[in-house]
Each structure stands twice: as structure tokens, then as C-alpha cells.
Design a protein around this ligand. Structure first.
Ligand code: ZN
Length: 433
């Protein structure tokens, strides 16, 4: 298959995966996460970890496990006016069990709608305060007549465990790249499912490569508490992570956005920004802020793992965010395929980056005599010759290939190819970065 055809078929397969995961009622604990990881296991060989309720994880404690069978509000005739079976967004996540009969007025404090977006159901949770509630559209709420209602939340909140998935694609080095996606949102497509799908297809792409320098670790964990649980159990391993990315919201129509690490100039920052800058795709780079997704845990002062974040729609910044409008129609196969390509290119930069010293630094070495001009076939010969001259000029011990690509504004692949050619002609030697 051509690379464009592969990209299209990966896009379609990622969309199908998101569609398969969409109906599952996920939360920070419970069977929804297990079922999600089980589904992913047919794509990649995941290992699943369970962390018991009550386990201290850094400054937090693993909460009780939440599961739900059914939930509804029914009128006097028994007709369900709000029904969890129609959409799991109708139930506030972590709602405690309840069975009661109450007036609409007594029920109101437990009902959540969005008056400014009257056709959307909001997504709400209450993890750390034991309460219950329902979410519905403002139009649905306005249409409920006064009267008495039967309320049922058939859930359990009991000692159990928190579940996360982990996948290691081994490389030659035990230095690692971390790719992390949250798995705790119920029926929301862009916010969590597209990140999961792109991470999974990135893992498959890396696993199929004949050679890998870095070991890449994929983490599928519930937001915040799941990342904290992993960090608490893996302090030593965390020290070996050189570069990381959280992936989320990669299927919507917004331009790709890279959020920098807290330091702002780590190799992952430079690699991601360089790939976007040379991709011809609309894109943006934004500074770190200690909110958003799990990059804030990895970048915390006790760990300071350089983890950036790749997204399209930004956390809390688009009207569909955390609502029923973040559905299958909101995401597209092509947007996910584009994001996957960018992720692969970023990993290529990290894998291929190195620093060299020019062994013929006095003036420009005579490339024609060495057959180096004639050796470049294919397209873009002039650009690739120029890349060779850039590598020779800047391989002074101060610049790695990524810095050369940045300075030359050339795709990293061209610079890497030029360096390989010069290496094979004895014009460069490797230098420790
Ligand atoms: Zn979210």
C-alpha cells in the first residue's frame, strides 16, 4: 500500500475502534475501564493492572470502585423521562445508589443542564463527594411537568480497585518514551477515545519496525488518579523516561496544537514543534499550564518528566467539550490519521536525533570527488544537497541533527539522510549529546 493508502486505512480503523468504545460507561474505576482495556487487547498486547481501593498513591488514595447497572427518573405512569440506557451521560459519574420518590422541586438540585446550549447533555462527575445526579438537555428539563417522580440509581460504590493498562514496545535502550492517554470518560468521542485510538495505532506502528532505539511505554490510565497510581508504583522506571506525550482530542476539526513541557525546551518540545512546523498542516504551539491532562502529573516537581501534549480542540475551549456533542459525528478518520502521522514523525525525530563532528572541517569538503552529489537520487535533490551542506557546517560538536533541521528549516528526515550519507563516506563521527 502507498503511505497515503495506509494512512486512510489506519484512519478508518481508528474511527471503528472509537465507535466500538463509545457506548461503554467508563469512569475512574469500574468495569467500563476493564471492558475498554479488554477491547484494546485485541489490537495490542496490553497488560492490565489493578490497584486496590484504599491504596495510597502519592498524596491521594485510590477510591472505592463504581459500577452502574441502570439509572432513571420515571413519571407517575412509569415512563422514563431521563434514562441512563439512552446515554450514559445522563447519569452523573460516581452517583451513589438511590431509590426514592420525590417532587420535581426536590429533584431539581440533582438535575444538570446547559441553559446556553439547550440541546446538549453535559458530562458531570462527582468522584470525591458522595452524591447523585442526572444530566439532561435544557429542553428536556423544561418539558418535565410538575409532579412526583420515581428516581433510581442502581449503582455500587464499594471497595474494589482502579484499573489501568500498560504496553511496552521494547527498544535497544532502556531509556523510554512515554505515551499516555486517559481512559475515564464515558460516551465522549474526542476527549479520551481518539487519544486512546491514536496511541494504540502508534504502538502497532512502532512494534512493526525492525529496529527501535528507545523503549516506548504506552499508558492507558484514568485521568489524574490513574497517572498518580502509575507514578507511585514506578518511581525508578519514571527516571528512565526521556520524552513523553499525552494524547487527547485528536479527532475534531481544530488545528493540531502542541502543549509544551514545563521546561519548554526539552527535546520532545523541539521535536514536536519542528514536525508541525515542517508538516504544512495548520498548527499551534502553546505554553505549559498546570491543568489539562496528565502532563501536569508527569511534569510535577517531584518527577519533572518532560511530557508535552498533542491535541486539536483544547481542554475546555470548544463548545462540544464535555457534552453530548462530543460524539461520533464530531470526530473524523482523516483527522485521527493526520495526528497519527505527526506522532510517528515526532518519534522518528527522537529515534534519529544524534550529534556528529565534521571530520573535514577546514573549508567545504569536495563532495563531487567523493561521489556525494551524484549519490542523491529521487526527488528534491537540491534540498537534500543543501541539507548535506548544513550538516557539514553545523556538525561542530554544538548542534544535534534536530538543531540543524531547525536552523535549515528542513524536514528532519532530509537531515538524517544527509548525515547517514556523510557517515558512510567517513566525513562525520558520532558525538555524545
Ligand atoms: Zn475531559
Amino acid at each position: 500500500m502507498t503511505s497515503a493508502a495506509t494512512e486512510r486505512s489506519d484512519g478508518g480503523a481508528m474511527y471503528a475502534l472509537v465507535e466500538k468504545l463509545y457506548p461503554i460507561c467508563r469512569s475512574i474505576t469500574g468495569n467500563g475501564v476493564r471492558e475498554t482495556l479488554q477491547t484494546l487487547s485485541s489490537y495490542v498486547p496490553l497488560s492490565v493492572h489493578e490497584v486496590p481501593t484504599g491504596t495510597p498513591v502519592l498524596d491521594w488514595t485510590v477510591p472505592k470502585e463504581w459500577n452502574v447497572r441502570d439509572a432513571w427518573i420515571a413519571d407517575a405512569s412509569g415512563k422514563r423521562v431521563v434514562d441512563f440506557r439512552a446515554s450514559n451521560l445522563h447519569l452523573v459519574g460516581y452517583s451513589v445508589p438511590v431509590r426514592a420518590r420525590m417532587s420535581l422541586d426536590a429533584l431539581r438540585p440533582h438535575l444538570h443542564a446547559l441553559p446556553d446550549r439547550p440541546d446538549l447533555v453535559p458530562y458531570r462527575t462527582s468522584y470525591y463527594e458522595e452524591t447523585w445526579g442526572f444530566c439532561l438537555t435544557q429542553r428536556q428539563l423544561d418539558a418535565i411537568p410538575d409532579g412526583d417522580y420515581e428516581v433510581c440509581v442502581d449503582s455500587t460504590l464499594e471497595p474494589g480497585s482502579l484499573t489501568y493498562g500498560e504496553l511496552v514496545v521494547p527498544g535497544e535502550s532502556d531509556e523510554e518514551i512515554l505515551v499516555s492517554a486517559h481512559v475515564c470518560h464515558p460516551s465522549l468521542s474526542d476527549d479520551n477515545l481518539t487519544g486512546i485510538a491514536v496511541a494504540t495505532f502508534l504502538a502497532r506502528a512502532l512494534a512493526s519496525r525492525p529496529r527501535r532505539r528507545y523503549t516506548t511505554r504506552f499508558l492507558y490510565a484514568p485521568g489524574t488518579i490513574g497517572a498518580l497510581a502509575w507514578l507511585a508504583a514506578n518511581r525508578e522506571r519514571a527516571r528512565r523516561i526521556r520524552h513523553g506525550l499525552t494524547l487527547t482530542c485528536l479527532g475534531d476539526a481544530q488545528p493540531l496544537t502542541y502543549k509544551r513541557t514545563v521546561g519548554g525546551s526539552s527535546e520532545i518540545d523541539r521535536a514536536a514543534i519542528h514536525v508541525l512546523a515542517t508538516s504544512a498542516l495548520p498548527h499551534a504551539a502553546i505554553d505549559f499550564f498546570p491543568y489539562g491532562y496528565d502532563e501536569r502529573q508527569y511534569n510535577s516537581p517531584g518527577f519533572r518528566i518532560p511530557v508535552g501534549s498533542l491535541m486539536r480542540g483544547r481542554h475546555g475551549q470548544f463548545p462540544e467539550y464535555h457534552t453530548s456533542a462530543d460524539n461520533m459525528a464530531f470526530v473524523s478518520a482523516d483527522r485521527m490519521a493526520e495526528a497519527l502521522r505527526v506522532c510517528r514523525d515526532v518519534i522518528d525525530v527522537l529515534e534519529g536525533n544524534a550529534a556528529y563532528v565534521n571530520l573535514a572541517p577546514d573549508g567545504e569538503p569536495q563532495l563531487g570527488r567523493r561521489g556525494l552529489y551524484g549519490s542523491l537520487g529521487g526527488t528534491n535533490v537540491a534540498a537534500r544537497q543543501l541539507a548535506m551542506l548544513w550538516v557539514l557546517n553545523l556538525s561542530d560538536g554544538q548542534h544535534d541533527l534536530l538543531a540543524i533541521a531547525e536552523r535549515a528549516r528542513a524536514p528532519f528526515g532530509d537531515v538524517r539522510e544527509a548525515a547517514d550519507l556523510l557517515l558512510s563516506h567517513g566525513l562525520l563521527r558520532e558525538r555524545e549529546i
